[in-house]
Design a protein. Structure first.
Lengths: 337, 329, 289
């Protein structure tokens, strides 16, 4: 991918259009929003990075889009998930089965447990293919070999008949990607796809995802806690905190001019491998649990800029610079943050 | 290496640990040997941090546990303040636990779930008779403050704390015996980035205040850069490069160190595509490649590399690399 | 390498919630009530029993249940209600002693096997050997050596319970040992004994207790079976299994002599199993979300 972050494809219709998406967690009589009014778009051939710490709601958001959240206790309270213009939220379980793995696919963090240990790799890819098409098993096997080659698995004719336990973590994640891409989905949701992998293997997988995206034009939603991975992969970035989007911008704009104090705090917390080395400036405190979110701006107890207004009123997500939206009373041109 | 004038606090000489695998069951046959640690030597000075970096399976955690003899090494010596840990009697070893402690990676597994935070920190002090039943609460309270916990939280159980706070409890427990060395085995890799930074700062502050030495084990080069004085990079049970932090980061000599450094994703979108991407996976540790163990993935590999195992060679007085061709790197 | 950890875990030891959780399930409530009634009857047998359990009255042989004799009388005119109360005592005692002895020995063996890999193979193979003999066979062998009686039954039940507990305890110990807190205990200088007693055992105990409550019902049933076969408590002393055996001869014209003690055993074991199951649901960490 080269840098063309300035063309968000405004003319083309988005592949995935999320509007006011809210997921609530119901425990007893308590109702707490774990994803709160998220709105964003994912475009063809582009990668949207979603970043945040544990408990920020990023994984719930991706599971919610797939309608894979455990209901109860969680439920989609409101909002729309428009895939090529049609809403997924009202679809039945049966209808969703036709969408999942076909038009939207997902890869997860743990390649060790995502594959079924009792079936061969080829069988599992073939299963994904046959679920959404009328391929013969011989044709599916042939396609599986092709897919394995495409995701960079050496000697695919042999590997196709192997069981997951004989593959390394990196190889398994490649197989997961092959399964996810089997039906040429419109959107690929990757939830921490490299978190469990070593850094040299992570680099291989990120490279692979990038070249596949360029080839196929699949829109990617990449969820990660690692700002480094996001910087490397994403075209646009969303930063989440306590269930809400607090900053949304093209990747160059976000890293050049992070505007929300939380985003700035996250960046200042990263121990960098190069550049000047000064004491880390961590965000003090911890993320509040969903049932105990402070009033006003959820970040105010940890923020050094917070004042009366932050404690009383929740800041809306507003465009402060071109294409750069921030939910902070103090951000924007001329503001103190 | 670090302190040539004074005797080092910790001196590790030719430490080796072999695991036998396979051939289980009643009829044990054809067991194979994994060299989890292969001839590892280094020294750590007083008040210094020695970092050990490597990817999973490189033997770094085995090294940490062997230093404290939580695993019995197969060969070599570990001298702490002049006493050999590897051959110490059970009683000597228990007494030596006062001088060296360990903090583990996963704070959800490393604290006894049925003891309160206060009991966890008090236990080593009572065991080694550093405190009496009477003054132990006061001492625990002081340690709590030292690591950034509130003393009123003493009577809570570990599950009532967050990950970062639990790691603070683990640090307080390690500090309770006033050790001269703490082995930190990936202490921040299970934590979120902002919490991770808090713990890194805490560890550096404690070192400044107490003069404690760390052996800091991590897979994260960024973290290591912020905490260590000297760094060793491990690959398949061996140290392949070792040197002072600044030198190692500014002019790495081993191709693996270079690849490792360049693979770290930078929080900077302009950095893209300047990376060296290594081919292939870690070799099977049961069947490492002949010659240089990195030869199967190295971009600069030559015939010699596949035949002759390179030894750690002095690049500068304090910087050593195990590569035949480090001069050309 | 691992993912960031979510900020909170499930609640800790649910001791306080035990009764509350039990109270929510009506079946468990009935089981608890039945069991309490049976225990109370056994404990207070001396005061509740309307007749002497050993008093023979040849004028009232094999009477059907009536107001005078609630459960009727047996072949020697003894009051079955009174005998059931006293018999319950013996039966419960058999079960509990076996569980106590087998549970303790099994736990020790299991923990040691889990903690010391060198002892593991020998101890667990020994347990496998014991496990391969049926408990009834043990009863026969032990009765042959020391003679029939309550002691023989307790020994047989304990021996057959031990390997089962040892397996459970070993598994639980291995799970506890996989946690770094055991290494942490070793790192501060605790000896093996302290590690086993203070670090491993407390984290295995709930698994073992749950297993024992489930095993208690089986042990009682086995004890009654051994007595029924004539290996256990010797007549005239009342024991539910023995009582059931004595009624067999009159089964076709006075079935109550056999059926009533059998039903008492049935309700005792059933309610214990139900309670054991709910206890497992509440205590077993793997079933807790």
């Amino acid at each position: 991918m080269t840098n063309h972050a300035d063309s968000p494809g405004a003319a083309a219709a988005p592949v995935l259009d999320i509007r006011d998406f809210t997921i609530e967690l119901v425990t007893g009589k308590m109702v707490s929003p774990i994803v709160d009014g998220a709105s964003f778009q994912v475009h063809e051939g582009r990668t949207l990075g979603i970043v945040g710490e544990s408990g920020c709601g990023k994984s719930m958001l991706s599971l919610g889009i797939m309608k894979l959240i455990p209901t109860p206790p969680a439920k989609i309270a409101e909002g729309q998930v428009l895939l090529d213009g049609s809403d997924l939220v009202p679809l039945s379980d049966k209808q969703m089965e036709q969408v999942r793995g076909n038009r939207i696919s997902m890869i997860f963090q743990e390649p060790m447990t995502s594959l079924n240990p009792v079936y061969t790799v080829g069988y599992q890819i073939g299963e994904a293919l046959r679920a959404h098409s009328s391929l013969s098993s011989a044709a599916a096997r042939q396609k599986a070999i092709e897919l394995l080659r495409k995701v960079g698995i050496p000697n695919p004719e042999k590997r196709v008949d192997e069981y997951p336990h004989s593959l390394s973590g990196g190889m398994r994640q490649r197989v997961m990607i092959a399964i996810a891409l089997a039906c040429e989905p419109r959107v690929l949701i990757a939830d921490e796809p490299t978190t469990a992998l070593d850094v040299t293997i992570q680099a291989q997988i990120l490279d692979l995802m990038r070249s596949l995206k360029t080839e196929s034009g699949t829109a990617i939603m990449l969820i990660s806690h690692d700002l480094g991975v996001i910087a490397e992969m994403a075209d646009d970035v969303i930063v989440m905190y306590a269930g809400r989007i607090i900053e949304q911008a093209p990747v160059h704009s976000l890293f050049a001019a992070p505007s929300h104090p939380y985003t700035q705090g996250l960046l200042a917390s990263i121990p960098a491998v190069e550049g000047e080395q000064h004491r880390l400036q961590p965000v003090p405190g911890t993320v509040p649990p969903p049932h105990d979110r402070p009033k006003g701006c959820a970040f105010h107890p940890r923020c050094s800029f917070s004042d009366e207004k932050c404690r009383a009123e929740r800041p809306p997500l507003e465009e402060k610079l071109a294409g750069h939206r921030v939910a902070c009373w103090h951000a924007g041109p001329g503001a103190s943050a | 290496m670090t302190a040539q004038n004074e005797t080092p606090l910790l001196e590790v000489r030719n430490l080796t640990k072999h695991f036998n695998v396979g051939g289980g069951g009643l009829f044990r046959r054809d067991t194979q040997t994994v060299k989890a640690l292969d001839d590892v030597s280094f020294t750590v000075g007083k008040g210094k941090t020695f970092a050990i970096v490597g990817e999973s399976g490189c033997g770094k955690s085995t090294l940490g546990r062997s230093l404290l003899r939580l695993e019995q090494p197969t060969g070599g010596q570990v001298h702490l303040d002049g006493t050999d840990v590897t051959t110490a009697s059970a009683a000597t070893l228990r007494a030596m636990r006062r001088k060296m402690q360990i903090v583990f990676q996963d704070p959800f597994s490393s604290l006894h779930p049925k003891m309160t935070a206060g009991q966890l920190v008090a236990e080593p002090m009572l065991l080694h008779r550093i405190a009496t039943r009477k003054d132990v609460r006061e001492r625990v309270a002081r340690l709590f403050e030292l690591v950034g916990l509130a003393p009123y939280q003493m009577d809570r159980y570990p599950h009532q704390f967050s990950g970062g706070q639990r790691q603070r409890i683990a640090i307080a427990r390690a500090l309770a015996v006033d050790p001269s060395l703490i082995v930190c085995d990936e202490p921040v890799s299970a934590l979120d980035v902002s919490i991770q930074a808090q713990i890194i700062n805490l560890l550096t502050d404690l070192q400044e205040k107490l003069g404690v030495s760390y052996v800091f084990i991590s897979h994260d080069l960024g973290v290591v850069r912020y905490i260590s004085h000297e760094i060793a990079v491990m690959y398949l049970g061996k140290i392949i490069e070792q040197g002072p932090k600044d030198e190692l980061f500014s002019s790495p000599k081993h191709p693996y160190t270079k690849a490792l450094l360049s693979a770290v994703p930078r929080p900077d979108p302009t950095y893209r595509s300047r990376r060296i991407v290594l081919k292939g996976d870690l070799p099977n540790p049961l069947d490492p490649p002949p010659g240089c163990s990195f030869s199967s993935r190295c971009a600069h590999v030559r015939a010699t590399c596949r035949e002759v195992e390179p030894q750690l060679d002095a690049v500068s007085p304090q910087h050593r690399a195990a590569c035949h061709f480090w001069r050309e790197m | 390498m691992t993912s960031p950890i979510s900020s909170e875990t499930a609640a800790g030891f649910p001791g306080r919630h035990l009764l509350v959780s039990l109270g929510r399930d009506p079946v468990s409530c009935i089981a608890l009530a039945t069991l309490s009634a049976l225990f109370l009857g056994a404990v207070l047998a001396h005061w509740i029993a309307p007749y002497d359990p050993l008093a023979i009255d040849m004028m009232k042989v094999l009477k059907a249940p009536s107001l005078e004799h609630l459960f009727g009388t047996d072949g020697q005119g003894r009051d079955i209600f009174s005998r059931s109360l006293y018999g319950l005592r013996v039966t419960i005692l058999l079960g509990f002693s076996a569980i106590f002895v087998g549970g303790t020995v099994g736990t020790v063996i299991g923990l040691v096997a889990g903690f010391y890999p060198k002892a593991d193979t020998i101890l667990m193979r020994l347990m496998d050997v014991i496990l391969s003999f049926p408990a009834i066979l043990f009863g026969l062998a032990i009765a042959a050596i020391i003679g029939s009686g309550t002691t023989a039954v307790i020994i047989a039940l304990s021996v057959s319970t031990t390997p089962l507990v040892a397996r459970i305890a070993r598994g639980a110990a291995l799970m506890a040992l996989a946690h770094d807190y055991v290494s942490s205990g070793r790192a501060i200088g605790l000896n093996d004994w302290a590690l086993l007693w203070r670090y491993v055992l407390p984290n295995c105990i709930s698994t073992i207790v749950v297993f024992l409550t489930l095993r208690l019902g089986q042990a009682i049933l086995l004890g009654a079976s051994l007595s029924f076969l004539g290996l256990g408590t010797q007549p005239p002393a009342p024991e539910l299994g023995t009582m059931a055996a004595q009624g067999i001869g009159f089964f076709f014209f006075a079935p109550h002599v056999t059926l009533i003690p059998s039903f008492v055993i049935f309700f005792l074991v059933l309610s214990m199993n139900i309670l054991g199951d709910s206890l497992r649901d509440i205590l077993d960490p793997r079933l807790r979300s």
